[in-house]
Structure formats: C-alpha cells, structure tokens
Design a protein around this ligand. Structure first.
Ligand SMILES: [Zn+2]
Length: 210
C-alpha cells in the first residue's frame, strides 16, 4: 500500500509487536486496568524534542501537552491546557509536571526576530517578558545565539510561573502533592538542564548509568 504514511505505519508495526504480544503485554494490561501516569509533560511541537522518544517512555508513563516553544500562557478558563491539567491533576493524581523547553527552538527564534505572522506572533508574544529578561542578562555585544539561549531558559521559567496561575496546579501545590520541574533539552549536547532555584541557573542533570 503506497499511502505516503509508510514511515509511521512501520513504526506502529514495531510498537504492536512490542506491546501487544499476548494478554500480559503492556497495552492489553493498560486497557484493562486503565492508566495511572505520574507525570505531565509540557513540550514544544518541535519534531526533535518529543518526550516520548527522549525518555524512551512506555505507554502509560505521562500525559502530554504540546505548544509552540512549550510556552504556557497565564490561566484562562476553557483552554486546552487548563482542561488537561484539571483532568490529569484532579482525576488522575499526577504528581509531577515537567516544563520541557529545548535549545534551537524555532518559536523562540521567531519571537526574538519579530516574525511577521500575526497568527504565530499573537501566541508566542506572551513570552516576550522572558526575552526581555534574557536581554538584561546578556551584554550588548553578545552573540545573537547567546541571547537565544538565555531566552530559551527565561521562557521556561516564565512558563513555569504562568503554570502556577492554573487553579488545579495552585491547589495541588498548596496541598503539597505536586512538584514542578523546569527543564531544557540541550539538543546539541544531548543533555537535560534543570533549573536549580538555589543557584539561580540551569544545571545539567546527571544521568543514571546504563
Ligand atoms: Zn521549539
């Protein structure tokens, strides 16, 4: 069948082989017992920063939400993210949210370079404060790429703060049953940087030995 989707269907065949072997396989068990993910991951739409692939996550591991630049707007009732968080935190008892930005992000570049496309800029402009913050940290003669790197970090932090305006998040934080991690996937280095509030900077996470 030459349908143009072979690359995806080939992957799905591998997935089925791995997870539908018999009744004890992972997918039949998840279908029977339901899901119980611990994590909620907010990531960019970028095809290179896909958390399912990055973390080699099995089905049932995390809820996912994607947005350009992994940008989180301040709370507004009825948005896709507000509903998803409410569902995951209040009904599925998710206990960890990861805000996953990444280096080389096209959305952050578009913001920094004032992309003239109202459809895109009206969404990403909510992160402008993060860009302005990055400009303060960078010297006037800094390279453009250095500014982008700072902006990527600052926008992860801004989105983390915006996340805390969602009622489901506020309530779970107040009750001590939710943790939020602010991460940046460094695509060039193959590393995850995590924001350490005590140091005020992003630090590479040590990886477990395999
Ligand atoms: Zn991106």
């Amino acid at each position: 069948m030459a349908c143009g989707f072979e690359a995806l269907l080939k992957g799905f065949a591998v997935f089925c082989e791995e997870h539908y072997g018999d009744r004890k396989s992972l997918m039949p068990r998840l279908v029977e017992k339901g899901q119980d993910p611990d994590y909620f991951i907010i990531s960019c739409i970028d095809s290179r920063s896909n958390p399912g692939i990055l973390f080699q996550a099995e089905p049932g591991t995390f809820f996912g939400h994607k947005a350009m630049g992994a940008i989180v707007r301040p709370y507004q009732k009825g948005t896709a993210l507000a509903a998803a968080l409410q569902f995951a935190i209040n009904y599925n008892k998710v206990s960890k949210i990861i805000l996953l930005g990444h280096t080389g992000c096209g959305a952050i570049r578009a913001l920094a370079e004032n992309l003239d496309d109202p459809e895109i800029s009206s969404f990403i402009s909510v992160a402008r404060e993060g860009l302005e913050q990055a400009k303060k940290c960078c010297a006037d003669d800094s390279k453009h790429d250095d500014l982008l790197r700072h902006a990527e970090e600052q926008i992860v932090l801004l989105s983390t703060e915006n996340l805390k305006t969602y009622p489901s998040v506020q309530k779970a934080l107040a009750e001590g049953r939710l943790e939020i991690a602010s991460w940046l996937f460094n695509m060039e280095a193959g590393a995850i940087y995590s924001y350490a509030p005590e140091n005020g900077k992003f630090i590479a996470l040590p990886l477990p030995r395999l």
